[in-house]
Design a protein around this ligand. Sequence first.
Ligand code: 5GP
Length: 190
Amino acid sequence: MEELKERIIKEGQVIGSNILKVDRFLNHQIDPVFMQRIGKQFAKLFAPQNISKVITIESSGIAPAVMTGLALQVPVIFIRKKKPVTANEEVLVTDVYSFTKKVTNTIYIEKGLLTPDDRVLIIDDFLANGEASLGLVRLIELSGAKVAGIGIVVEKSFQEGRRRLDQAGYAVHSLARVASLEKGEVQFLD
Ligand code: 5GP
């Protein structure tokens, strides 16, 4: 998505050699009009997949996921990293290692929220090593539902995530694919 690449070049900040900050439109301040275009783009890419629900993990995945759900006119589930006291006891759980925070979180989904009839689209802001996406895959599959695709706003193609998701056979679409962040400069793959 050309507009996304332009905004990354203009507003993105490179931290070290493997972190990209896009705090002006996605990770802190959100540009809702731009997010809506991102949602429409995912909806177009995954239109043939008959999506019944969108799922993401808090917090930065929520904005693009909601906009995708709006465009597809389907519900959006966001997975929390901590179990609130209001959760009922009937939950499915898995552990996810966080690339940016360097901690392992137990994530969960209430039983019955997804059913075997559901075709679920995973949306996330970044793809690094694939831990977050694969954690969501496990929760969906534990629920008996089907993973219908994975939509990523910014893929860091020089890390392991894309290869792992491709190898596992999931349909992945990334709106921007970053080949390198060396020397403070963003290089795109295509
Ligand atoms: P993964 O689970 O694929 O290893 O990492 C993806 C998750 O870590 C995303 O949900 C995102 O929140 C965070 N993340 C990974 N790399 C970056 C990055 O370069 N910038 C930002 N802002 N978040 C990242």
